[in-house]
Design a protein around this ligand. Structure first.
Ligand code: NAD
Length: 229
C-alpha cells in the first residue's frame, strides 16, 4: 500500500463553512492576529482570547465534514493515508480518518498554563476565565499560537520523509514551520497541491497543481495518484 501523506490547511474546511485566515473573507480581516493568537495577546487580555476561541468552537459544532474530508477518509482503504493538519478543527476525525496529526493544536481541548502536559477535552463550547486544571492553574486553549514552538513538528517531518506520495490541500504555505514540511519529502516522491489560488511552494520542486476547491480537487488528485506508474 502506498503511503499517502496529506498536509491540510484552513482551505480544506472552507467548504464546511469555517473561515480561513488569509482569504478576502478570512478571519484576520475582523481580528488582530497578535491580540487573539499570541502569548502576548493572552497576557494582555485572556478573556478576549477565550471569547475568540469560544466563538470558533461554537462554529465548529455547527460545521460538518465536507466531501474533501470524507474522500480522504475513504482513501484509507486504498492507501496508507496520514493526515498532517494545521487545522484546529476535528473535521478529519469526524469524517473517519484514523491517522491525524494536529500541528497547531485542537479547538476542543484545553491545557494547563502551569503544566503543558495536562490536556483536557472541553465539555461543550465554552472555556472561561476561572476554569482551572487539577493543579489550580488557569486553563488556556490547546492551540499553538504565533511565536510558540510546534511540538508535533519532528513527528510530522518523519512522516513527510517516509511519504510515497505527498499532497498539500488548502494551505497557503506561509505559516512556518509547517510550510517547511515539503522540504522533508524525498526528491523522488511526487507532490500534489490542491488549491484554487497560488501557493508558496519551493520553486526547485516539481509539483502537480490541481487548481480547484478541495471538494472537487481531492477526488481529482486521488485519480491522478492511482494513475502514477
Ligand atoms: P491560510 O488561511 O493561510 O490559507 C488557506 C488556503 O486555502 C489558501 O491558499 C486558499 O487559497 C485556500 N483555499 C480557500 N478555499 C479553499 C477551498 N475551498 N479548497 C481548497 N483550498 C482553499 O491557512 P493555512 O495555510 O492553513 O495556515 C494558517 C493557519 O490557519 C493554520 O495555522 C491553522 O491553524 C489556521 N486556521 C485553521 C482553521 C481550521 O481549523 N479550520 C481555520 C482558520 C485558520
Amino acid at each position: 500500500m502506498k503511503k499517502l501523506v496529506v498536509l491540510t490547511g484552513a482551505g480544506i474546511s472552507a467548504e464546511s463553512g469555517i473561515r480561513t485566515f488569509r482569504d478576502s473573507d478570512g478571519l484576520w480581516h475582523d481580528y488582530d492576529i497578535m491580540e487573539v493568537a499570541s502569548p502576548e495577546g493572552w497576557r494582555r487580555d485572556p478573556k478576549l482570547v477565550l471569547n475568540f476561541y469560544n466563538e470558533r468552537r461554537r462554529g465548529l459544532y455547527e460545521a460538518k465534514p465536507n466531501a474533501a474530508h470524507l474522500t480522504l477518509a475513504e482513501a484509507d482503504e486504498e492507501f496508507d493515508v496520514h493526515i498532517i493538519t494545521q487545522n484546529i478543527d476535528d473535521l478529519h476525525e469526524r469524517a473517519g480518518s484514523t491517522k491525524v496529526l494536529h500541528l497547531h493544536g485542537e479547538l476542543k481541548k484545553a491545557r494547563s498554563t502551569a503544566d503543558p502536559s495536562l490536556i483536557y477535552d472541553i465539555e461543550g463550547t465554552e472555556l472561561n476565565w476561572g476554569d482551572k486544571c487539577e493543579l489550580g492553574s488557569q486553563l488556556r486553549p490547546h492551540i499553538v499560537w504565533f511565536g510558540e514552538a510546534v511540538p508535533a513538528m519532528s513527528e510530522a517531518a518523519e512522516i513527510a520523509h517516509s511519504a510515497d506520495v505527498f499532497a498539500v490541500v488548502g494551505s497557503s504555505l506561509v505559516v512556518y514551520p509547517a510550510a517547511a514540511l515539503v522540504q522533508f519529502v524525498p526528491s523522488s516522491t511526487p507532490v500534489f497541491v490542491v488549491d484554487p489560488k497560488e501557493v508558496a511552494v519551493p520553486s526547485w520542486r516539481e509539483i502537480t497543481f490541481i487548481r480547484d476547491k478541495a471538494t472537487r480537487g481531492v477526488p481529482k488528485m486521488l485519480e491522478a495518484i492511482r494513475n502514477l506508474s
